[in-house]
Design a protein around this ligand. Sequence first.
Ligand code: E4P
Length: 219
Amino acid sequence: MKIFLDTADLEEIRRAAEAGLIDGVTTNPSLLAKAAGDRNPRELFREIAEAVAGPVSAEVVATDAAGMVAEGEQLAQIHPNIVVKVPLTEEGLRACRTLRSRGVGVNVTLCFSPLQALLAAKADATFVSPFVGRLDDVSSDGMRLIAQIREIYDQYAFETEILVASVRHPQHVVEAALLGADCVTLPPSVLWQMLRHPLTDHGVEAFLRDWKALGKPLL
Ligand code: E4P
């Protein structure tokens, strides 16, 4: 399962990429607005794409298909790793088809139902992003949606990758992996939580303490 980082924070992206922990990055206009400050968005996308060896989702803000295609083509020119993110609307799916026919990777985002995911796959999306946390927030079952999409895509051998988004905690990642999701995108806090276990910390401390007590160099 590919692990993407869901942020536009370059420091976090570089840290995770240099540790070899991530396969790509996803952003959205809210995350970009938070990280950009007075930086040029194009420049920030370029730096993010240079920091990670994998797809970087950059979202359009136009609401009509022609505008999305125009923005998408410009975004795709920033760096070969850029994947254009469009919303799962009628206009977004029109834009998806056009961009895909021109060889541009597309992530169809804001997916909340299996039928929306079916339409995204039929529009030849490279990725579909179901938002599990936002479904859980409204007392719906986010992970059930992932199971349904997996079954539908396998049934018809769709190649669209299921990119589990709106992840809130490590258990979402465990469930996504067990269900065979292709990718997850994580806020940095969840990535660092995944790495840690108190028994690992205690084990490292005990090994070092015991070795120090011997008073010899290792090599
Ligand atoms: C997906 O690509 C989105 O950026 C993201 O996962 C949204 O998550 P949120 O519900 O935490 O905003």
